[in-house]
Design a protein around this ligand. Sequence first.
Ligand code: FRU
Length: 498
Amino acid sequence: MGGFYAPCMKFGSIFSCGLLSFLVSSAPAENTAIKPYDSEAIARAMASDKAASEKLKSDPQRPAYHFLPPANWMNDPNGPIQHNGYYHMFYQHNPYGDGWGHMHWGHARSRDLVHWEHLPIALWPSLEAGEEHVFSGCSTIRADGKPVIIYTSVKEGKSATDFAEQWLAVGDEELIKWQKPTSNPALSDTLHGATKVWDWRDPFLFNYQGDDFLVLGGNLNHGKGGEGVVNLYKAKDSTLMNWEYVGILFKHPDPKVVNIECPNFFELNGKWMLVISPHRRVEYFIGNFDGKKFTSEKQGLMDESDSYYAPNCTTDDKGRRLMWGWVRGFKGGQGWNGCLTLPRELRIDEQGKLWQRPVKEMSALREKKVFEAKDLVLKEGKKIECKTPQLEIELTFVSGNDSGIRLFITEKNPGLEIFYSNGELKVGGQKSTLELGPNDPLNLHVFVDRSVVEVYANGKSCITKVHESPATDFALELYSLEKTSIVNGSVYELNGIW
Ligand code: FRU
């Protein structure tokens, strides 16, 4: 799965299926779980992660300050939430290998958005109930104070394209132990009446005028194109167990879009924003919402790279909208695969333009300033020797034209070029949509974390690249083909987070 259009792949199960064991209890529905907190399944999965993490060589490509699991595969970030002084991050995780499969929800928390603590796996496939994967979803704190997750449950023997259900899990105060009420599913496809929704998955919760709503991705014609949709549902009560189908919130205007995954829908700076993963680069739409329909006024790309997919977001007590994407495109067979982008803060300005920047907390990782430029006139270029492939580069080229940065230069390797010329910014040869006038300054904020490079250009364009990094000594070069380019800013070496 993981962003590729394919019917749900089948994996040979390495689990042994137990009997369907419903707990008989007089407790309220949520406490009567299907195998309440399956500690066996979780212990087995975590033992597998631990064994794999011990085997991880010190791999110079493995990111050191981007969030990733202890070992093995990850894809989408799921249900990020701030609760009791911690940011919690869940994520699609295969604890049994470094490829996609056996979807669980990994879990970690952070006090500062920078350093993360791994926690026990949160959600596991309830094999005894015929569940094969726990797919992506969201989390919230319900009106009664109970933490809940809503996720897509995929059954063994069924393809996720044809059949899926949306399930609820109820957590403890620390968000560590989760139970799946026997009253699941919370939403089933009978809600749609005669309409068949294919690839029905990835619930995202939001509140509008005091009511709880969900959006879910999918398509209306078995992925043949032209009918990629985001559907809208309204909660009938505060348990979040009972829902009604409102209708189609959004149909993709491009007939080439076969399906929509991981919709995020939220209010930001007085506008409504829809973010979708349509099996190609992640798109956003900014517009208005009336409780039923979304009308889009502007659209663009969240990140101008194929290495970024399936983002998810939350708000925090500082009033920020924070978003993380899944970074993909790493070489297989390394015992790990996938990480998250840095948390990005989103803002929409008065002209309805989207701005994105890495959260300012990231500056806590600065270990040493290795270069500073104050009105440096770039004539023949400036080389900076680097001892570590963990860097933060924040530079403004006063006149942006015909100037840039080369990263990872070794004797044998020309490196990765970030270059602006004639109105075009290119990263590794790939053109971005950033638009600048000939005399506009170019601000590049670049995070290099071994094989992951995140480029933020003028706060508007983000480009995430997976690029092979030299293990250690390499050079970084600032250069200009124009005689007059003046540069200001700094380069820092960064610490790792584990
Ligand atoms: C996106 C996706 C989601 C799905 C999950 C499965 O990458 O395909 O639609 O829930 O991954 O891991």
